[in-house]
Structures are given as structure tokens and as C-alpha cells.
Unconditional design. Structure first.
Lengths: 295, 245
């Protein structure tokens, strides 16, 4: 940090003290993949997700959980959302596939576009949104069915007419689980280890062929070996999918993500390429958080 | 998330070791130049022997850096601090080596008292040592302005080295009777120039640590955050060796 700036007061400063651009987006113009980064001869890559001035309230307006979030998520990249507990990162993640609609007393303002389409438009079917934007949760939650049925279930209820066996195999391979379960596809899924169950849940999400996969602390309940496998899986998945991951583990964010967004008290403080954010963060508040000085 | 208080203790300890290193090297430099100027062979031998302590400190600092990296996985300013520490540790150790090499010239220069003082080498030594001291202060105070002053001064030392080199070569060409001594003075000039280079490296590492800006391999005119530097000239250096010699 420059000598004339201090991080000592960050734990007590309001989040709104950070300079933001006129549209509410923090000044991330140097971040690769941001909409402002269209100079030069580089081909224009359209964001997979475009979030514009997003506000979200819980408790019938009593809790303003997201306060003017604007950010882009680039295709075939892993974007990590980090921040202290209660900063809004899981809320933001669940907004991306309309999961928060299932909670009573919530309100959303702003726009979220997936491939340019407003997912909150009146004529947009939330079930279709959740097919395109799949989700993996913190704790593995396999259905009490066989491994095969777990993976095939989503495709079956969506009327999949292709080769179901091939779909199950492809999904399990993408989730890096095939080699471990190919001889026990009709065994009960709950017999798998925690790490295998989580990769099964990833396979189940992939089987409905989403564009985007959201992950809410997918490895927080797993041991280091299982965590490592999940992280390798995520890195391989970005070739075919766009991934947004919430994690409390900053080392995990630095290992697997291409971009990292730091949220604090419902605001986006900084979004930058991960290597920059963990070596030369632009904002003092980000530096204070990633170095453990507050949070 | 790093264990902040433990990491802070480790970093404070590391900074203390680097400050020790800077002091020890500064002392070696002072003794080496005084040995040369006064033809003090005993003092020169003390400097040669003292280099072992500098080497030992280098290893200790490297171990401390390795330990912090392994145990704390530092990021952001903490990571830059570690990167800087590893780099400036090497620079200080190399300055220590140059001080040892300077001292090895003392016995040859003792045969020609006054010849060194007639050159611009004492002024070069003043400037190099001023750079080293300012680099140390910049480190202790996280002062990016002081660090940039050190970087700017390196050009002055380079210029003096060129002048000294030309003068000494001319003396040889004119058939100076003490050509072997002149050869040793050339070695001294080169060593002082290298010491100032290492001081500049240290200053660049400090700017990197404080700002995240990498100033290596570009002039200060390409500095993305140029501060207002006061004009530097030879008179702005401390007269540590040139006065009264």
C-alpha cells in the first residue's frame, strides 16, 4: 500500500467510502474481462453474465443485502466471490439463477443478463433459468437413489430423448468420478464418500447441460484430498462451462479462479484478475481483507 | 486466512534481521573505505573476516523468508514484503562481498598514500554510501520517495565511475610509475559502482513492496507514479569519506 494511505481504519469504515464509478461499478477498468476492457485489437468477448445495479432485500425490505452490484462474468472462466460472512456473496450467487425467489419477503431490483437475456424478465421461465444456470451446494446432497439415477434424474424429468447411458458417462467423466464408480453405477449414492458425493452432485448438475455452474462453498465440508479433486474438476470444467464459486477459503480462490470479486457489506469493492487481486489489490479494503487484517 | 498476529510477529522479526543486515553491511562499507583511504591493512583484514557474519545473516534471513512463505501463505503487501526481503537480502550480501573485495586492495594502495584521495573515488564512496543509507531508511520507513531518490542517484555514481575510469586510463597511458596501483584503483571504482547498483536494486524492491510497482529495467522517466524529487547533485551527498582525506 502506498505510504500515504492507511488500512488501519478499514474495519470501521463504511463500505460506501470506496470510490465507485458513476454507474455504481467500482473502478475495475484495468481488470481483464470487464466491459471497459475493450480497447486495443483484442477480440470482443461478450460476458456470459452481466449484472447491473443489482439490489436485493430480505425481511420485506428490512435487510438491504446487495447494494448496487455491477459486474460481468466472462465465459469459460472461474469467477470467485470472496468476502466476510454476511457480505452478500451467497445472496449474489443465488440471484444468478433465481434461487432467492423461493425465500419469502425478498425483493430484487436491477438486471441480470445471461447471454444478453434478462433472467428476471416477465416472460422468462425460472425453471429454464435454473437449467441454464445450475448450482452445486455446500453440502453434498445426493438423492437416495443409485448413482446412475442421481445423474440421469434431471435429464429424465426434462424429457431428454438422447442416449441416457452416454449422458451419464459423460457427466461422470466431466466430474472426474467415472473411473471410481463405473463398476457400481447401480449402487446407492449415499455409499460414496463425501468427496465422491459432491462430485456426483456436480455430475448431476452437468447432466442437464447448463451454460453456467454456480458453486456455493463446494469443498468446505471435504477433507484436503477430496478438496483437491474438486478443485481439479473445477479447473477442467471451465473449458466447457462458466463457473461462479463462493468460497471462504482465499487460498482456494487464488488456486482455481481467473477473476475474483471481493464483496463487503453488500457492495462490490473490487473485481480484478485473481493474480492481481492477491498480489497488488487496488483497494486498501481488499488488501486488509486478503491479508487477514479484518474480516 | 493468515493467522494475523503470528504473521505480524514473523514479519517484524524478519524486518529486524534485515535492519541488522543493513547496519552490518554499512559498517563493512565504512571500514573498507577507511582501510583504503588510510592504508590500514589491519582494518582491511577485519572487513575480510567480517564478511562471514554477513554471509551467515543472509542464510538466516532466507530461512526466515522460507518459513513465512511455507507456514503463512502470505498475499498482497505481505507477499510483496517477502519477495522484497529475498531480493534485498541478496543485494546486501553482494554489497558485503564488494566491501571484502575493496579491502583486499588496501595493501596495494598503502604503497601509494594520497593517490586514491587525489581521484574522485572518495566522492564516489560518499555517494554510494549515502545511497545505501537512504535505501536503509526507505526500508525502515516504507518511504517510496526516499527509495526513488536512491534510484536517481545511481546515474551520478555511474557518471563518476566513467570519469574515474577515463582519468585512471589516461594516467596509465602517460606512463605513470605506479600503474599497478592504478589497476587496483580501477577495481575500487568498479566495486563502488556495483555497490551503488545494488543500492538501487534495494530501492527498486522497496518501491515494489510499498506500491506494487516494478521499476526495474526502465528509467525513472517511465515511472508510473513519479514523485516530485528534489534536484540531486554531488553536494547533496554526505561527506563521509571525501572530507578531510
Amino acid at each position: 500500500m502506498p505510504a500515504d494511505e492507511s488500512t488501519d481504519d478499514v474495519s470501521t469504515s463504511p463500505a460506501s467510502a470506496d470510490p465507485v464509478s458513476p454507474n455504481g461499478r467500482p473502478d475495475t477498468s484495468e481488470a481483464s474481462g470487464s466491459r471497459e476492457d475493450s480497447s486495443g485489437d483484442a477480440p470482443t468477448v461478450h460476458p456470459k453474465l452481466e449484472i447491473e445495479d443489482l439490489h436485493f432485500w430480505y425481511d420485506n425490505g428490512g435487510t438491504h443485502a446487495l447494494q448496487g452490484i455491477s459486474m460481468d462474468v466472462q465465459p469459460h472462466r472461474v469467477t470467485a466471490l470472496i468476502g466476510p460472512s454476511g457480505c452478500g456473496k451467497s445472496t449474489l450467487l443465488r440471484c444468478l439463477n433465481r434461487m432467492n425467489e423461493l425465500i419469502q419477503g425478498t425483493t430484487l431490483e436491477g438486471t441480470i443478463l445471461v447471454d444478453g437475456q434478462d433472467i428476471y424478465a416477465e416472460d422468462t421461465d425460472p425453471v429454464m433459468v435454473r437449467r441454464r444456470v445450475g448450482m452445486v451446494f455446500q453440502k453434498p446432497n445426493p438423492f437416495p437413489k443409485t448413482i446412475y439415477k442421481n445423474v440421469a434424474w434431471g435429464a429424465e424429468i426434462n424429457g431428454y430423448t438422447g442416449d441416457l447411458d452416454a449422458l451419464v458417462e459423460r457427466s461422470l467423466r466431466q466430474a472426474a468420478l467415472w473411473d471410481e464408480v463405473k463398476d457400481q453405477l447401480h449402487s446407492h449414492a449415499t455409499n460414496l464418500s463425501g468427496g465422491q458425493q459432491q462430485r456426483l452432485c456436480i455430475a448431476r448438475t452437468l447432466a442437464v447441460q447448463p451454460d453456467v455452474v454456480l458453486m456455493d462453498e463446494p469443498a468446505s465440508a471435504l477433507d484436503p484430498i477430496a478438496t483437491s479433486k474438486i478443485e481439479e474438476t473445477i479447473t477442467e470444467l471451465k473449458e466447457d462451462y462458466t463457473i461462479v464459486i463462493v468460497t471462504h477459503n482465499m487460498q482456494q480462490a487464488s488456486r482455481i479462479s481467473d477473476e475474483t470479486a471481493f464483496l463487503y457489506m453488500g457492495r462490490l469493492i473490487e473485481m480484478n484478475p485473481t493474480d492481481q487481486l492477491f498480489t497488488r489489490p487496488e483497494k486498501d479494503r481488499t488488501e486488509a481483507y486478503v491479508t487477514g487484517r479484518f474480516g | 486466512m493468515p493467522n494475523r498476529s503470528s504473521l505480524d510477529q514473523e514479519l517484524a522479526s524478519l524486518r529486524g534481521l534485515i535492519a541488522d543486515m543493513a547496519n552490518r553491511v554499512d559498517e563493512q562499507f565504512a571500514n573498507a573505505m577507511n582501510a583504503l583511504l588510510q592504508g590500514d591493512v589491519d582494518l582491511a583484514e577485519e572487513v575480510v573476516a567480517g564478511d562471514d557474519a554477513v554471509d551467515a545473516l543472509e542464510l538466516r534471513i532466507d530461512e526466515q523468508c522460507e518459513r513465512i512463505l511455507a507456514l503463512h501463505s502470505p498475499v498482497a503487501v505481505d507477499l510483496r514484503m517477502l519477495i522484497m526481503a529475498v531480493k534485498i537480502n541478496t543485494d546486501f550480501e553482494r554489497i558485503g562481498d564488494h566491501c571484502r573485495n575493496l579491502s583486499r586492495n588496501a595493501r596495494y594502495l598503502a604503497d601509494a598514500p594520497g593517490l586514491l584521495a587525489d581521484t574522485r573515488l572518495p566522492k564516489m564512496a560518499d555517494m554510494s554510501r549515502t545511497m545505501l543509507r537512504e535505501a536503509e531508511m526507505a526500508f525502515l520507513e516504507n518511504d517510496r520517495l526516499k527509495a526513488r531518490k536512491v534510484i536517481a542517484r545511481d546515474l551520478q555514481v555511474n557518471r563518476l565511475h566513467e570519469e574515474t575510469f577515463t582519468t585512471l586510463v589516461e594516467m596509465c597511458e602517460e606512463g605513470h610509475e605506479q600503474s599497478e596501483v592504478i589497476a587496483h584503483l580501477l577495481t575500487v571504482s568498479k566495486a563502488l559502482e556495483r555497490i551503488s547498483d545494488h543500492a538501487k536494486n534495494i530501492a527498486q524492491s522497496i518501491v515494489f513492496m510499498v506500491e506494487g510497482q516494478d521499476l526495474r529495467h526502465r528509467g525513472l522517466q517511465d515511472d508510473p507514479q513519479p514523485p516530485d524529487l528534489p534536484p540531486l547533485d554531488e553536494s547533496s551527498t554526505d561527506e563521509l569519506f571525501s572530507e578531510g582525506t
